[in-house]
Write a protein that binds this ligand. Structure first.
Ligand SMILES: [Zn+2]
Length: 500
């Protein structure tokens, strides 16, 4: 039996961070369990209509991501890590969401967005349409009989203000399910429709639908990345990147013109200073596009120009809470998924903590008697947390040694770009003890070699607080979620808390 001894310095050890003497006593555990029991016994269900609903979506935020992210959070605070809690893990209600799509065992962000925003399961790659439509069918996209409306439309019809916030493009699959009816999630600009052999005049692209469609043009707050989808390819944006559109249209100008035609005040911002300077009291509509494409990872971002997710969330809430009849806000941590696809676990967990911080801000700015907050994911990923690492072991560290006496890490992926059995130039197997595994750019190893790591098909968690959140307990289909949000907020055509 070989034992691997970590060579890296800085690895945490249980003894250095946790008082074993406290945890070795029974009353410590008994008291904590009894406290939790009392909390549950005195928890009350809020059974009045929700004035506001905020949905947080961690793209690809699997349950293993939650567990590992909370350990990272705790270890950053100097704790052992396992005992830490993400902000939304304090919420009283939890359920499990089944994320498969009509044509797929493992979902993508488009069909799942149709489920958790429109209440209907769909085919892979499509948003805001039924499964009668297969991916890429431009003509079928144009047939309104195939369209399904989202909770953003339902909320607007009921007089509520609406907003979308994301760290990827505002035209990406997750927010797109809230306002677009599209046969292919990649049709973010007209250039993408044309490249796929479609005609944007027949099947308008996602950015066009956001600016000119219904409910897109009535969304009060739009914050995220993706400027290039709004600008002609003959122009460059504020940061020097080229536009992508072939139709010579500037959709940022069209968006501003539409608001002024409706006698509304509207602001377009493209950096953090401008965002934080917005007078939310006097601004009816706000469009913020902070990058040409995705926003930067929090670990890489230039904080002078790039707002954090919690700042975007705070501005969005301040914009929307002016509305007397309440609001629906969708907030996505989109880069958890992007990082996982490259097995960049350092960044994936950090982005999950960023989402946790954004939820904390929303929790503090709102009242749980009138605001329902739901936190969930669209689908899982293949990262697992395994081995028999000692308590308090660095979550990015080694769990032990494998059958070939090589070190292996607690975090690993079922598939991805860095297979475990890859060999070095001299034909020997790569030894991770000689790799800079603590670097944020380090790609964690996987079993199956794939250029891009895939999604996972396991259920995802749904954590919630506020009016009717107790309905989001148990195991349910993902498309049940917006039906509960609509019930609580008294919007949509189904049952509501206002007409029981
Ligand atoms: Zn993905």
């Amino acid at each position: 039996m070989h034992q691997f001894t970590p060579r890296r310095t800085g690895l945490r050890t249980y003894a250095s961070t946790v008082s074993t003497s406290v945890e070795s006593r029974a009353p410590y555990w008994t008291l904590r369990a009894q406290q939790r029991l009392v909390k549950s016994l005195f928890a009350s269900q809020v059974r009045q209509p929700a004035k506001n609903v905020i949905m947080f979506l961690g793209d690809g935020m699997s349950i293993a991501t939650l567990t590992a992210a909370r350990m990272l959070l705790g270890q950053r605070q100097g704790l052992s890590g396992e005992e830490a809690q993400l902000s939304f893990e304090e919420f009283p209600n939890a359920g499990l969401s089944k994320t498969y799509c009509v044509d797929a065992q493992v979902g993508d962000s488009a069909c799942t967005s149709t489920a958790y925003l429109c209440g209907v399961k769909a085919n892979t790659g499509t948003m805001g349409v039924t499964a009668a439509l297969t991916r890429g069918d431009c003509d079928a996209q144009n047939n309104t009989a195939n369209h399904v409306d989202s909770i953003i439309k339902w909320a607007q019809d009921a007089g509520k203000a609406t907003g979308i916030v994301t760290t990827v493009t505002v035209t990406h699959a997750s927010p797109g399910g809230g306002y677009a009816h599209i046969a292919d999630r990649n049709w973010e600009s007209d250039a993408d429709v044309i490249a796929a052999g479609g005609d944007p005049a027949i099947c308008p692209d996602i950015a066009d639908q956001l600016v000119n469609g219904n409910p897109g043009r009535n969304i009060k707050v739009i914050l995220g990345g993706g400027r290039k989808m709004f600008l002609p390819n003959t122009t460059v944006d504020e940061e020097g990147a080229s536009g992508r559109r072939w139709d010579s249209r500037n959709l940022i100008s069209e968006w501003l013109d539409d608001k002024s035609d409706r006698d509304a005040t509207a602001s377009y911002v493209w950096n953090r200073d401008q965002l934080l300077a917005v007078d939310t009291e006097k601004t009816d509509y706000l469009l913020g596009l902070f990058e040409s494409s995705y926003m930067q990872y929090h670990l890489d971002a230039d904080n002078a120009t790039e707002p954090r997710l919690k700042e975007l969330t705070e501005v969005a809430i301040k914009m929307l809470e002016k509305n007397r009849d309440g609001y629906f806000l969708f907030v996505e941590g989109g880069k958890i998924d992007v990082a996982h696809h490259s097995t960049l676990a350092h960044k994936a967990l950090d982005e999950a903590i960023e989402l946790s911080e954004a939820v904390r801000v929303a929790h503090e700015l709102t009242d749980e008697r009138d605001t329902l907050i739901v936190v969930t994911a669209d689908h899982a990923h293949t990262m697992s947390l395994s081995g028999y690492a000692a308590r308090g072991n660095d979550i990015f560290g080694f769990a032990g040694s494998d059958s070939e006496s090589m070190p292996y890490q607690t975090l690993g992926y079922a598939n991805g770009p860095q297979p475990y059995l890859q060999t070095t130039e001299d034909g020997s197997r790569r030894n991770l003890a000689e790799v800079e595994t603590g670097d944020k750019e380090y790609e964690f190893p996987s079993m199956v070699p794939l250029f891009v790591e895939t999604h996972g098909g396991d259920d995802v968690a749904v954590l919630s607080r506020g009016p009717w959140s107790h309905l989001l307990t148990g195991v349910f289909e993902q498309n049940y979620i917006p039906h509960v949000m609509a019930y609580a907020a008294c919007v949509g055509n189904g049952l509501t808390a206002c007409h029981r």
